[in-house]
Design a protein around this ligand. Structure first.
Ligand SMILES: [Zn+2]
Length: 424
């Protein structure tokens, strides 16, 4: 007896392989040969948008672009015009980027919708996939441009920001064939949206270390950032006795170690000193000045604020004891964005139905879902990345198998999706 002909779905990771192949193809749209760099409204960006539009259309979606350059594909509901479950992520990249950050959350839903389209399957709600034109903030030093346009929270002042060659964002939008005046019309009416969900690589090592392909995001962490300048007294490394020193660098070191200790051992809380300088430092000089940055994040605002209070108090204590004058400037403050409980629950059920353990974890990085939270309940699915969880780097990686599992979870989530009785 002849073996049965395998259907497409019997092949190993068919959707996963498709998604990774598309990600490879999309990565060829770059402004720097040999690496992936695709910033807002460059020719590479237009090329990628055109490709995404093709794939959306082939998957049975009607596609439109808005004035921010977002590519929006709509897979119509059983009853045309019904409100949509929105999903998506960004297709711009950092310089010398990985190929899955952002792009995965665009390509994965398209691949799933292509399958439903082939099966002639529709839902009581529409599905909208948004390829957000800008999230990373590379070209114009302003982030989340695409999702803010859709959320109706676009900051029009950034239209005057200029890129490295002096082109304003306003001009770039015009040159791309869009109308900056039409940006307010990009805002999506909240009553047309049931929810927003985003699939994204984790960009960290938690799922990898625990051997899990996917996880449910609890919240997008809030962040507090400071720039601290310490002024002590410079002196001769040979002649100033230890007990008479006012060493700014060692005060910075002591504070840095405290930050590390204070932020260790509390799940979801992280603290980083990413910049640490001794201006005009020399081997034979006791440092008179030190400058360092502080970045503290947590999924829960209360956790972050308590850590910030303790760190600020410790700076005072260390400086008083060492005779140092501190100057602390807050450079950034953002509250956390919680993922909606009812959506998290539906993600968890979709994961459990695949026979997988449900891992919940906060997102330490910012995402488009943060901006969309202004108009709809949001939630996120994280997918494991390999290579120690490295991201924003060409060695960012993920497997076809994980893409396939994530697609199965996404399909299950959508097929079982039931909106809240009264959406916002
Ligand atoms: Zn991203």
């Amino acid at each position: 007896m002849a073996a049965p002909v395998p259907s497409e779905l019997d092949l190993p990771n068919p959707i996963g392989s498709q998604i990774l192949q598309w990600a490879d193809e999309l990565a060829s749209h770059t402004e720097q040969p040999g690496m992936l760099t695709r910033t807002y409204l460059t020719p590479a960006h237009h090329g990628a948008a055109a490709r995404i539009r093709d794939w959306m259309e082939q998957a049975g979606m009607t596609v439109r672009r808005d004035a921010a350059g977002n590519v929006i594909g709509r897979y119509e509901a059983e009853r045309p015009g019904a409100p949509a479950l929105m999903t998506g992520s960004h297709f711009d990249t950092v310089r010398d980027a990985g190929r899955y950050d952002g792009n995965l959350g665009v390509l994965l839903p398209i691949a799933c919708i292509a399958q439903w389209h082939r099966q002639g399957r529709r839902f009581p709600f529409a599905l909208e996939v948004v390829a957000f034109a800008e999230e990373e903030g590379v070209r114009f030093k302003a982030t989340l441009l695409g999702s803010r346009a859709i959320a109706g929270t676009f900051d029009y002042a950034v239209l005057d920001n200029v890129d490295e060659s002096g082109v304003t964002m306003r001009e770039a939008i015009r040159l791309a064939g869009f109308d900056p005046q039409a940006l307010p019309a990009a805002a999506c009416p909240p009553q047309q949206m049931l929810a927003f969900v985003e699939v994204h690589i984790e960009q960290g090592p938690v799922l990898l270390n625990e051997g899990l392909p996917v996880g449910v995001v609890t919240a997008i962490s809030g962040a507090s950032r400071f720039l601290v300048e310490l002024e002590g007294l410079a002196g001769h490394a040979g002649t100033v006795p230890m007990e008479m020193r006012r060493d700014a660098a060692m005060a910075a070191a002591e504070i840095g170690l405290y930050i590390e200790r204070r932020c260790s051992g509390t799940p979801g809380l992280v603290g980083t000193v990413g910049q640490l300088q001794v201006p005009n430092g020399a081997t034979n000089v006791v440092p008179g000045r030190a400058i360092f940055s502080i970045d503290i994040r947590a999924g829960e605002d209360a956790l972050r604020q308590a850590a910030v209070q303790d760190v600020l108090a410790e700076i005072e204590r260390v400086c008083a004891r060492r005779g140092i004058r501190p100057e602390v400037r807050r450079t950034h403050e953002a509250a956390s964005v919680p993922c909606a409980g009812w959506l998290r629950e539906q993600w968890a059920q979709a994961i459990a139905r695949q026979g997988l353990p449900v891992r919940q974890l906060p997102s330490g990085a910012g995402h488009d879902a943060m901006a969309i939270a202004a108009i709809a309940d949001v939630a996120m699915l994280f997918v494991r990345c390999g290579n120690g969880g490295i991201s924003h780097h060409p060695t960012e990686t993920m497997t076809a198998q994980d893409a396939d599992i994530a697609a199965r979870v996404f399909r299950d989530f959508v097929e079982h999706f039931h909106p809240q009785a009264s959406p916002r």
